[in-house]
Design a protein around this ligand. Structure first.
Ligand SMILES: [Zn+2]
Length: 379
């Protein structure tokens, strides 16, 4: 019999690290019972949206930050890539090829995110050759973070790698998450949150070493990490990132002491803004029905009464509602037609793009706000 037990929602608490397997797990944030971030029911669906416990624990041995419960089964993605993300796929893959001085015809295998954002088109255009095995470059593009258990999926990537091949990964950097209080990146279906320390530990367990790493600006702060078989020293750039993580204590529970407090301050500021705006007769709407919105609105406890609509570019989401919060998802054109006085940009990582798009569309007098890194007016 397993010692794992399900709670009333059917969720099973994680008792061993999803990476190294040790049981030294410390809670760093508890976000309460939250809906699945990729399940957007039709607006007229009256069903209660199921909720599961959502929180993070940190492993005391390998420093892997991870969800504290097993996630509900993921749904089909409905997202449309923003212009920012499409440009990122092109630019980031070009930087990667330059950094590794890739020869023509490089054999490449991508493990892509089910949220889109594939780099394979850009790599193929640059002369790389897609293969299934013996790849000189294996790319994990926000893919392995969706694994409930790290080890089998890591082994799959290593198996696709040529002897002298490079394993490259891009993930949202736990250090950015910690330093900017990005609690809304915590969500069901995304069990793993890496620092360079915890990724390096995973590499060591599979006979690889980190050789290089650099930051990328998307999603509020990402890291690209290169690793290869054998024992190697990290580059100076990778060493500096390891040092930054150590200084911020991103590898120990003490470093996360203010993380939960920052989240509480953020949602309190968001709620208070909506309350005051409504009391003053201003109308408030939101932009960005991504997975971040589900966590932010769910933790803030905001509903359709507070925010009647949230706009999103994805046609697959329009006519649906934010799970839990019940807020209608509309097109950007419908948001502009509703002419709200205030717009809360839940996709704060692409706020400049959103402001430009909505101002151009006609929201010339609206005020724009972001919840993170601190609740603030941005335009
Ligand atoms: Zn661990």
């Amino acid at each position: 019999m397993s010692e794992q037990t399900a709670d009333a929602s059917g969720a099973v608490r994680v008792t061993a690290c999803r990476g190294c397997g040790c049981d030294d797990l410390t809670g760093v944030i508890d976000l309460g019972m939250q809906s699945a971030c990729d399940h957007f029911p039709p607006l007229d669906d009256p069903a209660d949206d199921p909720r599961w416990p959502l929180g993070l624990v940190l492993c005391g041995r390998c420093a892997l930050l991870q969800l504290d419960h097993d996630s509900p089964a993921p749904e089909e993605p409905l997202a449309v890539e923003s212009a920012t993300l499409q440009a990122h796929a092109r630019d980031a893959s070009r930087r990667l090829l330059e950094r590794i001085e890739a020869p023509a015809g490089l054999r490449v295998r991508e493990f892509s995110s089910h949220h889109g954002g594939s780099w394979l088109g850009a790599l193929t255009e640059a002369g790389c050759r897609p293969v299934d095995s013996d790849a000189q470059l294996v790319i994990d593009n926000h893919s392995i973070i969706h694994a409930e258990a790290l080890e089998p999926e890591f082994a799959e990537r290593v198996a696709a790698l040529a002897d002298d091949g490079l394993l490259a990964i891009e993930f949202h950097h736990a250090l950015a998450q910690l330093e900017q209080g990005q609690f809304d990146t915590v969500r069901h279906g995304h069990p793993l949150y890496f620092s360079l320390h915890s990724w390096a530990a995973a590499c060591r367990r599979h006979g690889l070493s980190v050789v290089d790493a650099w930051t990328e600006d998307v999603f509020g702060g990402c890291l690209v990490v290169l690793a290869r078989r054998g024992e190697h020293e990290p580059s100076k750039a990778a060493q500096q990132i390891l040092d930054s993580e150590r200084r911020a204590r991103a590898t120990s529970p003490e470093g996360y002491r203010d993380f939960a407090a920052h989240a509480a301050t953020t949602v309190a500021a968001l709620r208070e803004h909506v309350r005051q705006a409504r009391a003053a007769g201003r109308t408030v709407a939101a932009y960005g029905a991504g997975s971040k919105a589900v966590t932010m609105l769910g933790v803030a406890g905001l509903t359709a009464e507070d925010l009647p609509l949230v706009a999103d570019l994805g046609p697959g989401k329009q006519g649906r509602r934010i799970p839990g919060a019940g807020i209608a998802i509309v097109s950007p054109e419908e948001l502009i037609a509703a002419a709200p006085d205030d717009v809360i940009i839940l996709t704060w990582d692409i706020a400049p793009e959103v402001v430009a798009q909505l101002r151009r569309g006609g929201l010339t007098d609206a005020r724009f706000y972001v919840p993170l890194p601190t609740f603030a007016q941005v335009s």
